[in-house]
Ligand binder design. Structure first.
Ligand code: ADP
Ligand code: MG
Length: 218
């Protein structure tokens, strides 16, 4: 990380590696969550997609953050069969586009990527707040970043606040009735279970916070 609190190329790809490692370690947990209200494949889906994403990143030359995150996004889109693949893939494509081809990634750019990624997820999946989806972790994260940036917080503190907001949002999906995705087929019976996609989305934001904090801006 540089003095301005911007992640290096190695730290950005470290973020994807860390997310992949956390998902791999929680593969069974995510699949168990999905077995309660879906088809028991979320952990396996995301693990497979992220391993493919890492392989694509490894094959790249140079230190173009946009190229790396776009490679991750297209790997997710092409290797994950479930609903979450295109949605996470689109999120990563937008995280990539926001990096504008630099070999670094600042919090302003990252926050813009999150914002554009959320817009892409909404466009594709037509879900909104409270529908018991990954958006219920991502939207509070985005709002927390905006508040932290407006109050002049350091990047690491801002992303940490986002991770906490995402985890609160994840837990808040438990009582919700699903209105989008497979879980919505269960209607009222979807209540009482934490949404798997909101859980993995909170892991994604937490992984970013860990990378920023480890970079020394915590
Ligand atoms: P599938 O539901 O096709 O089996 P996964 O199990 O991999 O796909 O992912 C399920 C997760 O995807 C859900 O927990 C939810 O968070 C997310 N999801 C599903 N549909 C939507 C949607 N329309 N908008 C946003 N997120 C969605
Ligand atoms: Mg599933």
């Amino acid at each position: 990380m540089d003095e301005a609190g911007r992640l290096s190329y190695a730290e950005v790809t470290g973020w994807v590696r860390r997310f992949a490692a956390v998902v791999a370690g929680n593969r069974t947990y995510l699949t168990d969550l999905d077995s309660a209200i879906g088809d028991a494949d979320h952990g396996a889906n995301l693990d497979r997609g992220l391993q493919a994403a890492l392989a694509r990143i490894e094959a790249l030359e140079g230190e173009d953050v946009t190229a790396a995150l776009r490679a991750a996004g297209s790997a997710l889109i092409s290797t994950v069969g479930g609903a979450s693949g295109p949605l996470y893939g689109s999120l990563f494509l937008q995280f990539g586009a926001a990096a504008a081809g630099h070999d670094w990634y600042g919090l302003i750019e990252w926050a813009a990527g999150l914002d554009a990624g959320i817009a892409a997820i909404v466009r594709l999946g037509k879900a909104g707040p409270g529908d018991k989806t990954m958006l219920d972790a991502l939207l509070p994260a985005r709002d927390a970043i905006a508040v932290a940036l407006a109050s002049g917080a350091q990047p690491a503190a801002a992303v940490r606040a986002a991770a906490e907001a995402a985890e609160d949002g994840m837990r808040a999906t438990i009582p919700l009735v699903a209105r989008r995705g497979r879980a919505s087929y269960l209607g009222e019976r979807s209540a009482g279970h934490q949404d798997p996609g909101a859980t993995s989305a909170a892991m994604l934001i937490r992984a970013a916070a860990d990378v920023w904090v480890a970079g020394g801006q915590g």
